[in-house]
Design a protein around this ligand. Structure first.
Ligand SMILES: [Zn+2]
Length: 286
């Protein structure tokens, strides 16, 4: 939120939405609205991960990136959440121009290529206030009080018994749900085998598996040779976890074989030294 704009914010709507929210959602909003959440930037800062990469696109990830990630999967998720939000706004008779304005603000906060937007004169004050407060906070329900006022008048105009106050707090909850689902989507990608970082690890694993097959198994002990029983193509088709495990085992077997080789050399050396010394003793004349 921009400095000096706090008095423009509809805190009452946030307070009401907080009261109605489940404890898990309350915790999520508190953490994420402050930006102190488990995104790449903080995970790296806390020493929990080595990089600050976004699991969906690989770019440096801060709290804002969760909603603005340019990966096709994230964009698709965002678009479907915008559709759902739009359906909800229609279902509660939201002023059609407010509907358009909110979707525009949310999308332009997160998308570089958002089109320009012309709104009704009546909504201009709300729009200006919202821009002063900031677009980034909208997904956390940090909205201008003007939206509620205009919506209340609209309900009166169309003869609806709904209230602008209730609409505003429900809208806040709906906005949180958008942010929450984007976060959930990001975490599902983080834990899926198909995420950006895992795809990179998978490519590295494939390269190393090919190198291991080129090096061959002749120098290995029988246990090590058994690891090469399945053909390369089969190994490359296996899940990432089993590829990584296989590479670890091959590495261990190569080390074991090297140690065995060293031991044999040592034994051969001892043998030669012993018999060499022995032969010198038994044949001092040379
Ligand atoms: Zn991303």
């Amino acid at each position: 939120m921009n400095e000096g704009s706090s008095h423009l914010v509809n805190w009452k709507a946030i307070e009401r939405a907080m009261k109605d929210a489940a404890p898990g959602m309350r915790r999520w909003v508190t953490k994420h609205a402050s930006g102190m959440c488990g995104v790449g930037e903080y995970m790296q800062h806390w020493g929990l991960t080595e990089t600050n990469e976004c699991p969906r696109c690989g770019a440096p990830e801060d709290a804002r990136h969760v909603n603005s990630c340019p990966s096709p999967e994230a964009q698709e998720e965002w678009d479907s959440l915008m559709d759902e939000l739009g359906d909800w706004m229609t279902s509660v008779d939201t002023h059609p121009e407010i509907h358009l304005a909110i979707i525009h603000i949310l999308t332009s906060a997160n998308r570089a290529e958002a089109p320009t937007f012309q709104t009704l004169w009546a909504l201009r004050k709300a729009m200006q206030q919202q821009l002063r407060i900031g677009k980034q906070g909208v997904v956390f329900g940090i909205m201008s009080r003007e939206w509620e006022r205009i919506q209340q008048n609209y309900y009166k105009d169309i003869g609806s018994l709904r209230t602008g106050r209730r609409w505003a707090s429900l809208l806040v909850a709906r906005l949180w749900s958008v942010g929450f689902h984007m976060w959930d989507h990001r975490n599902k990608c983080l834990h899926s085998e198909d995420n950006w970082a895992n795809q990179r690890i998978a490519r590295q694993a494939d390269r190393r598996i090919r190198t291991e097959f080129q090096s061959g198994h002749r120098s290995l002990l029988p246990e090590g040779r058994a690891l090469f029983r399945s053909p390369l193509a089969h190994r490359l088709r296996s899940p990432l976890a089993s590829k990584v495990r296989w590479l670890e085992l091959v590495q261990q077997e190569r080390e074991a074989a090297a140690k065995q080789h060293q031991l044999l050399c040592q034994q051969w050396w001892n043998f030669r030294t012993y018999f060499g010394a022995d032969s010198r003793e038994s044949n001092p004349s040379g």
